[in-house]
Design a protein around this ligand. Sequence first.
Ligand code: AMP
Length: 283
Amino acid sequence: MKRPQVVESVSDLRSVVREWRRQGLSVAMVPTMGALHDGHVSLMRIALERADRCVVSIFVNPTQFAPTEDLDKYPRQLAADLDRLAEAGVQLAFTPTAAEMYPEGFDAKVVISGPSAGLETDFRPTFFEGVATVVAKLLLQVLPDCAIFGEKDYQQLCVVKKLCCDLDIPVEIIGAPTVRDTEGLAMSSRNAYLSPAELTVARQLNKILRQAAQALRLGANAQETLDKARRQVLEAGFGSVDYVEARASDTLAPWRRDRDGRILVAARLGATRLIDNVEVVRS
Ligand code: AMP
């Protein structure tokens, strides 16, 4: 198993990519915050099906965490992450420091309206500014042919697509299906925070969403279906529900029955906040 090359500076990153380009190789990128699991690895596999070389960035981006959130607690495990990259056949890991990404005097902020309105933004108001800014930087640093993002973070995927479209960033953004455990729980680095009892509760989330999606597909009233799903999430043992909403899958505008949709949810379980989403097939 070949270990990936690891670079920490933008200039080293660019010189590796420049050499690949000189050799006529195509490049894919997978941005991550580390604590890698099978969901991340699935993105790397898609990347390497599409391109000759894959860059994975591992950077716990401070600007997307609010002061009250889990930045300090967020799991960091670089050695294990590099093993996952080696298994997946990834050639390059980019592991910048915060000072490399945000040097003294850094002043830029990328704001994408449209798909970032509502949902996560109602509860994490500065989250997508942080995400859009760091993703814009990473894409411009690497300039890959394509970048793979998980549908697990569905609103983020829509924001990143809009970022590239509106700012003419010439990178194809590819959405990848959510990888789940055998019970349907979406894999997440934050699942590591869950106790065994909480894990049992967390595993209900996707089942409730899938039932709601099926009900919508069969013509049930949308508001009643979403209200019922909210109640079921609370009854399952979640402490609170931030949102359960149906949106159009492309623009995230309010869902209409003749459009493909998504039901998106965020709910809190103890100290952990979980998100998930499922497709609503058009009826
Ligand atoms: P994160 O490290 O959590 O920022 O995630 C990095 C990338 O992996 C994002 O594009 C996520 O959407 C994606 N991702 C996280 N969990 C999963 C999952 N269970 N299945 C597929 N992709 C995922």
